[in-house]
Design a protein around this ligand. Sequence first.
Ligand code: ZN
Ligand code: ZN
Length: 140
Amino acid sequence: MTGSMTGHCLCGAVTLSALSHAGTVSACHCSMCRRWSGAAMWVLEAPVGAVEVAGPVERYRSSSFAERAWCGACGTQLWIKDDDGPYELMPGLFDDARDLSLSHEIYVDQAFVSVTLSGGHRRMTQAEYEAAERHVGGEK
Ligand SMILES: [Zn+2]
Ligand SMILES: [Zn+2]
């Protein structure tokens, strides 16, 4: 865990501070993340105790064990979070996230052709990911 960053949504009503974070971002191409984020979703993990949030946050239970949150005023996506897991913050909220590299991407076999990420990062297919992690299969 590294760094300390502050960020905000598009309209500025929601402000966030990540007092520490993973230092790298990851990407997900699963059907839920594609649908929620437009094509793929990038996240930056930060421990629950390291994140401070203020403003009109709205939440949606996207599975039995996770929520997705957004700004109630402008709709900017804020995070996805397992009930017992860290925040997975949208990197775009933080200007300083521009310098963070991509650690891995998951559900690569589900990725849109238009979203092909170059580089030497780790890539996991749906089968590889779901063999190791809790997940929700298929559409909601
Ligand atoms: Zn907003
Ligand atoms: Zn996903």
